[in-house]
Design a protein around this ligand. Structure first.
Ligand code: A3P
Length: 274
């Protein structure tokens, strides 16, 4: 399939964006959330797919196991603001979901989230990742994702990252904007990618308690096993390998799934042992 040229960044209500996330803006802003919708909100490359997969398994792993082998994760959890023209826009995919709850993904900074999510008092799971790993992951993603602007070389990319000239704007504004919102909105669970790497089981418990779910120990273990990095990486329904805009010859979607601060802490522990 011939893909269009890479899009350009432009300023959109004070946030850098490309047309793929603004073309459908009227429908995005008028999107009708339902009270039981769960919004998964992140800055790009913070672990969105990981949390999406966890939630999908928690809600539908037992009741609709066929989803796991027949539907890629980006169809099970529509990307609200996306309008890539080769598949229906995220708002349309979300409207068509027959599941309850609907799991919906967004990368929008908090101030641009459609108002119906607040009016309906929906639960929101936000995931933040440390800036360094987030930037490295974003760089490799932009290399392989034809729907994003060319990343250029690392030095230029890093400067742009620090200047907030990325699709979905500044990492700093994103993580702090959502953090501030969480102080006044009790239905936001703010997770950290690093905590999930350190102890997935513990974060799974936090998620379940936020969502009011009480899976059996066996069920939790099944979810934890399914979402391990190596298992997700080889699962074509979770690793985005069927996504038409990604070029896996350049870089895989799931690269390393590591966290520099935890690696540094492990190295310190090893050193202190000797
Ligand atoms: P890396 O590029 O550092 O490997 P998103 O889904 O928001 O685009 O985030 C993608 C990042 O999350 C990638 O990081 C990917 O490897 C990581 N990731 C996805 N699933 C993971 C898992 N099960 N465990 C750890 N990291 C995971």
């Amino acid at each position: 399939m011939e893909l269009p040229p890479r899009p350009k960044l432009f300023d959109f209500h004070g946030v850098s964006m490309t047309h793929y996330f603004t073309d459908n803006w009227e429908n995005i802003q008028n999107f009708q959330a339902r009270p039981d919708d769960i919004l998964i909100a992140t800055y790009p490359k913070a672990g969105t797919t990981w949390v999406s997969y966890i939630l999908d398994l928690l809600y539908f792993g037992q009741t609709a196991p066929e989803r796991q082998t027949s539907l890629p994760i980006y169809e099970r959890v529509p990307f609200l603001e996306s309008d890539f023209h080769i598949i229906p826009p995220g708002t349309e995919l979300a409207d068509k979901l027959s599941t309850s709850p609907r799991l919906i993904k967004t990368h929008l900074p908090v101030q641009l989230v459609p108002k119906s999510f607040w009016e309906q008092n929906c639960r929101i799971v936000y995931v933040a990742r440390n800036a360094k790993d987030n930037a490295v992951s974003y760089f490799h993603f932009d290399r392989m994702n034809q729907a994003h602007p060319e990343p250029g070389d690392w030095n230029n990319f890093l400067q742009r990252f620090m200047d907030g000239k990325m699709v979905f704007g500044s990492w700093y504004d994103h993580v702090t904007g959502w953090w501030e919102k969480k102080q006044t909105h009790s239905k936001i669970l703010y997770l950290f990618y690093e905590d999930m790497v350190e102890d997935t089981g513990r974060e799974l418990d936090r998620l379940c308690s936020f969502l009011g779910l009480s899976p059996s120990a066996e069920e939790k273990e099944r979810v934890r096993g399914g979402v391990k990095f190596d298992n997700m990486k080889k699962n074509s329904m979770a690793n985005c390998s069927t996504d038409p805009v990604m070029d896996f010859k350049i870089s895989p979607f799931m690269r390393k799934g590591v966290c520099v601060c935890l690696c540094a802490r492990e190295r310190m522990r090893e050193r202190n042992k000797h």
